[in-house]
Design a protein. Structure first.
Lengths: 516, 516
C-alpha cells in the first residue's frame, strides 16, 4: 500500500499557504490550472479536538462578478484542503473563510488556462435523453461495473484500469464505501477504528454496533486519498467515475451508520470529490435493499448533493426491485437494474431524462442467475438498449480460477462481451451522432438521428431482405454489421426513401445508415 | 383432384338405407364401429329446391336410457348423411327425424366395439391446465401451423402430412375456409359459384359482393368432403385438427358473408365435422383483424358451437392485437398470439384454463418480422412455454426456392426447430407426467409435477452449478439436456432435497428430474 505517498497526479494544481507540500510531484508553485482541472489549496491548521467536526473551512472563488462557494475539508495531520474545478478561462481569485482564525482570510489567485489533450470537461445531460462533455462533444456511456476498484489496492487497481482502457470502457460504477472482497482486505477503512479491529463472528454479523468499532466522526483521510488517486487515474484515461455513495453489500456495517453520520459522510465525500470533473453521484446501488434507510433518507441525500456540490455533477440512484421515482427533480437521469428495454419509450415519457440500464445482469458462470449470462445475451442487451435510444452498463462475474477478485469487484476481464460492447460504442462515435432516438413502435428495432443516422438492429430475426423506410431527399450510405462477429461490411450504393436491401438472413445483424 | 372419389377411409362405418354406397371402400354392411370411431348413415332424398335450406334431417342415437341428438346434412346429388361418434361400448340404435317424409323414421343399430391401435379417443381438458385423451392418457399439444392443408390438394397435402409425421407433431392449425395460395388454386370453393369465376382486379378487392359470386345458401359438398379426407388422414396418424372456422386472410370474400350465411356455414360445418374425434374448433385466427365482424358475432359463433356440437369439442379463438376474454364459459382453453411467457401465471389465474401460445412467430427468413425467427429462438420459445406450464405451436415461413407453398400453408419443412420441438414433446411423454405446473416466481424457469417430475430450463444463463431445491423424501434421477443439440446425458447418482449439481456453464441447457 502506498497511501498518502501517491501523487494526485496530472491536472492537479496545488497551492500552499503556510503548509508543507503534500503532493510531492505537483509543481512547487503552480499558478495555472486547466479549464475543468483541479485546483487544490492546502493549509495548515489545528489538529487538536476533532477538526472534522469543529473546523468549518470554505473558500469563495471569484472570476469577474461571478463567485463560487466551495467547502474545504480536514485531511488529517493538521492539514486542510479546499478543492476547486474552474470552468471558465481567466484569472480566478479566492479567499477562505473559517471559524478558526488561522485558516480564515487566506487569499490567492490562479490562471485558468485552456484544457489540453483528453480533457473535455465534465459530462452533462444534453438533448434531453443523451449526454455530452462540456466542450459539446457527445458522450455515450459505455461503462462497466468494478465495485471495489477504489479500495482494492495495487496492483489490482492498475490492472483493472488497464483492462478498461484495453477494451474501451468510458465509465465505471464504483463504491465509495468498502464492500466484502472475500479473503482480501480493502486498502484501509473509511473511518478511524476504535481499539483493535474486531472480526465478525460471521460475515456482516457484528455483536458490536458500527459506532463501537469506528469513530464515525473521524473519516480516514488516507482511505479517501487512495480513492481519489484512482478517480484521477480514471480521469487521465477518459473514464467517468459513477461513484456509489451507499450500498447494501456491507461487510463492515457502514450501511447503518445512522442519519447524522450518513449526512456527515456524504458532505465530507462531496467536499473531497466533487471538484474531480469525472465524478458522477450514484446515491446508492440497490437502494431498496438497504434495510436501515427509508425513502426520506434517499431523498435527503439527493438534496444534500444538490446543496453541497458546486458543480451539479450527474445524480442518480440504482434499485433492486422498487424503481425510484426518477421524475424527482434531483435525478439527472434514470439508473435502472432492468433489461426490459421495450419499456424505454414509456420511461422517457414518464421521466423525460436519459435512461441508463445500469445493471442488466452479468456475463459469467457463477451460480446466480444474475451472474451467468452468455456473452451473446449480454451483447444483445446492449444493442437492444441502444436501439431503444437508451444506454446500458456492462458487468461480468466469472468464477475465479486464480486469486484475483471477480471483475465486478476489480481485476481481469474474462468474457467475450466487453469488446463487442465497445465495438458498438465506437460505431456510435464514428457515426457523428449526438444521440439516437428510439423509433416509436418500429417494425424492427430502430434508433435514429433525424435525416442523419439510422440504426436498425434485427436481434433474433433472420432477415433476408427489408425495405428500410429511409427519409426522402437524403442520400445514405449503409453498413451491414454482425454484432457478435464485429464485422462491418459496406453495402454497395446509396439509399434514399424506401430502400429494399438484401441481408444475410441470420440473427444478430444490424444495418447502419449514415448521411452520404 | 380426386374429390368425391376419395374414401373416408379407416374408422368409418357406413350405413345405407335405400341409398347407393357413396364410399366405395367402406364395407358393404358394417354393423360395428370402434369407440370414438365414425358412424355414417347415408340416405337418398330429394334434390329439388334447395335441400341445404329446406330439408332438416336429424337422428337420435340411443344406448340404454341415454340418447344423443345429432343433425344430418345434405351432401349433394340427393344424398343425405348423419354422422355420429359413439363414445360408449354397446349396441347403439338410431332413428331419423326429418321434415321430408322419405327421410324420417329411418332406424337401425350398430355395435360400438373397443378402440384399436392409435385410437385414444378425443382430447379434452384435464387437471385444469392440461389435456388428455378420452382413455386418460395425457396429451401434450406440440403442433404446427399449415393453414391450407385442408384445401391445397394432392400431392402437397400428403407431403405435408408426411412431414408432420416424420417430425412428430400431434396437432395442426388448419383453415376450413380457403385463403390465398399465391398462383396455386384451392381444390374447390366451399360454396357453389354463380356464373363464371370472376378474378378480382387486385387481390382481395372485388367489384362484386360475395353473394353475387357464390350462392351462400349452397355449400359445395365436394369441398367439405376433401377437407374431411384430410381430417381423417390426420386422425389416422394421431394428429389433432385445430380447425379455424373464420379468418381474415380472405382471397375470395368469405370473411364477409353476413350474419345469416355465417351461421348457416357454421352449422353445416359442425354437422359434417363434429363427429371426427380429432376435431378442435378454433373460432377464428386473428379474430380482431376480421373487419366485418364484431364481438357479438364471435360470441354467437361460440354459442352455436355449444348448441350444435354433441361432443363439445375443444373451443378457442386466436387473436392478433386484442386478446379475447378467455374466461368466457365457452372457451375451453386460451389460444394466444403471444410470446410473453412470463405472463403465464397471471393468465392461469385470470382464466383458469390451459394456455396455448398458438402463434409465437415463425422460424424462417421472409421479409416480415413475424416470419424470420432463428431456429434457436423458436426452440427457446417452446422451452419457455413448457417451463411456464403452458404449451406452444410451431410455425415456419421460409422463402420458397421451388414452387411449393410456404410451410405455414402446407408443403415441406425447411427449418431446424421442428425436430427440437418434438424432442421436447418426447421428453415430456417419456417422463410419464400428466402435465407440468410452472413454479411461482422461480429462480430459474422451472415446471414440475409434485414429487414426480421437475424440469429446469436455464435459457440464456450459463449455469456452472446450481443447488436444485428438490423435495425431501423423494429420490430423483437427473438428466442434463442440451435443448438445441438434442442430447440427453444422465447425471450420475440420485438426488433428494437441496442438490448441488455441476452443469456445463453454457446457455440453453435443461435438467430433468424424474422420480427414481
Amino acid at each position: 500500500m502506498k497511501l498518502g505517498a501517491g501523487a494526485l497526479a496530472a491536472g492537479l494544481a496545488n497551492a500552499r499557504t503556510n503548509a508543507a507540500p503534500t503532493v510531492p510531484n505537483a509543481p512547487a508553485s503552480s499558478t495555472s490550472v486547466e479549464q475543468w482541472g483541479l485546483f487544490e489549496l492546502t493549509l495548515a491548521g489545528p489538529s487538536a479536538g476533532n477538526p472534522f467536526l469543529d473546523t468549518h473551512l470554505a473558500a469563495r472563488f471569484t472570476l469577474g462578478h461571478r463567485s463560487v462557494d466551495v467547502k474545504g475539508f480536514y485531511d488529517g495531520e493538521g492539514r486542510y484542503k479546499v478543492r476547486f474545478q474552474p470552468d471558465e478561462l481567466g484569472r480566478w481569485s479566492y479567499e477562505t473563510t473559517c471559524n478558526q482564525k488561522e485558516l480564515a482570510g487566506k487569499a490567492g489567485a490562479f490562471d485558468c488556462i485552456p484544457a489540453k489533450g483528453g480533457n473535455l470537461g465534465p459530462v452533462g445531460v444534453a438533448h434531453t435523453f443523451h449526454f455530452q462533455y462540456a466542450t459539446g462533444k457527445p458522450y455515450f456511456p459505455f461503462g462497466t461495473t468494478c465495485y471495489s476498484y477504489g479500495f482494492v489496492g495495487s496492483p489490482i487497481d492498475e490492472m483493472t484500469l488497464d483492462e478498461m482502457v484495453r477494451v474501451g470502457f468510458n465509465k465505471v460504477r464504483i463504491c465509495l464505501l468498502p464492500k466484502s472482497l472475500g479473503k482480501r482486505k480493502p486498502v484501509a477503512m473509511p473511518f478511524e477504528s476504535i481499539g483493535a479491529v474486531v472480526e465478525p463472528e460471521k460475515e456482516n454479523d457484528w455483536k458490536t454496533p458500527i459506532s463501537a468499532r469506528f469513530d464515525l466522526t473521524r473519516p480516514n483521510p488516507a482511505y479517501f486519498a487512495h480513492f481519489e488517486e484512482r478517480i484521477l487515474a480514471l480521469q487521465k484515461v477518459g473514464i467517468e467515475a459513477d461513484i456509489i455513495l451507499f450500498h447494501p453489500y456491507d461487510a463492515h456495517g457502514f450501511s447503518a451508520m445512522g442519519e447524522e453520520a450518513d449526512d456527515r459522510y456524504l458532505r465530507y465525500a462531496v467536499a473531497r470529490l466533487s471538484a474531480f470533473r469525472n465524478v458522477w453521484w450514484s446515491v446508492a446501488n440497490e437502494f431498496d435493499l438497504v434495510k436501515s434507510k427509508s425513502m426520506k433518507d434517499w431523498d435527503r441525500f439527493f438534496r444534500i448533493l444538490q446543496e453541497e456540490d458546486p458543480y451539479s455533477r450527474l445524480r442518480s440512484i440504482h434499485h433492486s426491485k422498487v424503481i425510484y421515482d426518477h421524475s424527482k427533480p434531483w435525478c439527472t437521469h434514470a439508473s435502472l437494474q432492468e433489461y426490459d428495454f421495450e419499456k424505454t419509450a414509456d420511461r422517457f415519457r414518464a421521466w423525460n431524462k436519459p435512461v441508463l440500464y445500469d445493471e442488466i445482469q452479468y456475463e459469467g458462470n457463477i451460480a446466480r442467475r444474475w451472474g451467468n449470462l452468455s456473452a451473446e445475451e449480454m451483447t444483445h442487451r446492449f444493442w437492444r438498449a441502444i436501439a431503444n435510444g437508451a444506454y446500458a452498463t456492462h458487468g461480468e462475474t466469472f468464477q475465479q480460477t486464480d486469486d484475483l477478485p471477480v471483475w465486478s469487484d476489480a481485476g481481469k476481464l474474462r468474457g467475450q462481451s466487453a469488446e463487442r460492447i465497445t465495438f458498438l460504442r465506437k460505431l456510435l462515435e464514428d457515426s457523428g451522432t449526438t444521440g439516437l432516438t428510439g423509433a416509436v413502435d418500429p417494425y424492427y428495432l430502430n434508433a435514429f438521428e433525424l435525416d442523419r443516422i439510422y440504426l436498425w438492429y434485427f436481434d433474433y430475426h433472420c432477415v433476408g431482405e427489408y425495405e428500410f423506410p429511409l427519409p426522402e431527399k437524403v442520400s445514405f450510405r449503409a453498413t451491414l454489421i454482425d454484432v457478435f462477429a464485429m464485422t462491418k461490411t459496406p453495402i454497395e450504393g446509396t439509399f434514399t426513401g424506401k430502400s429494399k436491401i438484401e441481408l444475410p438472413g441470420k440473427p444478430y445483424q444490424a444495418v447502419l445508415f449514415e448521411k452520404a
